[in-house]
Design a protein around this ligand. Structure first.
Ligand SMILES: Cc1cc2nc3c(=O)[nH]c(=O)nc-3n(C[C@H](O)[C@H](O)[C@H](O)COP(=O)(O)O)c2cc1C
Length: 215
């Protein structure tokens, strides 16, 4: 039995493109793995708490030394991290916002990238100071962007602070088995969008059914 964690980062509901991706992934996954469970983490339409001074003092001290306020301030982070640890497969649907990720997703990542929970800091090894503590999980990044040209070698590659960033943070937490697919041009390039739409949906279905994209 596999546990699938679906994270939706778009603030849009019915009109969201990336929510149609995660929905399709979940449906196809269940067809191929009917004994799986799906857990949904809403990010785009939730108020995700930001890191505060209390949060920092709580997160960077041993659990047994935390005050009641410090225990309480970490509760959301604890919940999100428990969901990540319980997952065998993580599916993240996110739009590009201002060449990066929506701020709610950044707030979520700030809650889950946590010392001694998802990453061990090694100050004695400054050129390689992070040891990821999550293991054996596949990550699928399902992305939508209003413009096009952001892929490697394309004209807007230098404006893409989204995909390498997301891969890096999952790598830092210990996860390197990452598949990614993007549908570009939803706002500015209808030609690219329409050309790629069918392909992207079919590849998402294939990823969910087979576990990976085949050429
Ligand atoms: C606030 C905001 C910022 C955006 N920034 C970018 C951007 O920097 N680059 C881009 O290609 N598209 C950008 N877009 C367009 C979205 O990435 C695009 O519409 C995407 O398909 C939305 O996905 P969703 O329907 O799942 O929310 C932006 C949209 C909004 C609302």
């Amino acid at each position: 039995m596999k546990n699938l964690l679906i994270i939706d980062a778009s603030p849009r509901g019915e009109r969201s493109i990336t929510r149609t991706f995660t929905k399709l992934f979940g449906t196809k996954w269940m067809e191929s793995n009917p004994d799986s469970t799906i857990h949904h983490r809403e990010v785009g339409q939730e108020v995700i708490p930001h890191v505060t001074e209390l949060w920092i003092s709580a997160a960077f001290k041993p659990a047994e030394l935390r005050t009641e306020d410090e225990i309480n301030v970490l509760k959301t982070s604890d919940k999100y991290i428990a969901e990540l640890k319980a997952a065998d497969v993580i599916v993240l649907g996110t739009p590009m916002y201002n060449w990066s990720i929506p701020s709610a997703l950044k707030a979520y990542l700030d809650q889950v990238i946590r010392a001694n929970e998802t990453v061990k800091m090694r100050p004695d090894d400054p050129t390689n100071p992070y040891r990821g503590l999550l293991k054996d999980k596949k990550v699928y990044l399902l992305i939508s962007r209003g413009n096009a040209g952001y892929e490697k070698g394309e004209y807007y590659e230098h404006m893409n602070f989204q995909t390498d960033y997301l891969k890096t943070v999952f790598n830092v937490m210990g996860l390197s088995d990452i598949q990614q697919i993007a549908l570009n041009g939803s706002a500015f390039d209808q030609q690219v969008y329409e050309q790629n739409k069918k392909y992207v949906y079919s590849k998402i279905a294939e990823m969910a059914s087979n576990g990976e994209i085949t050429a």
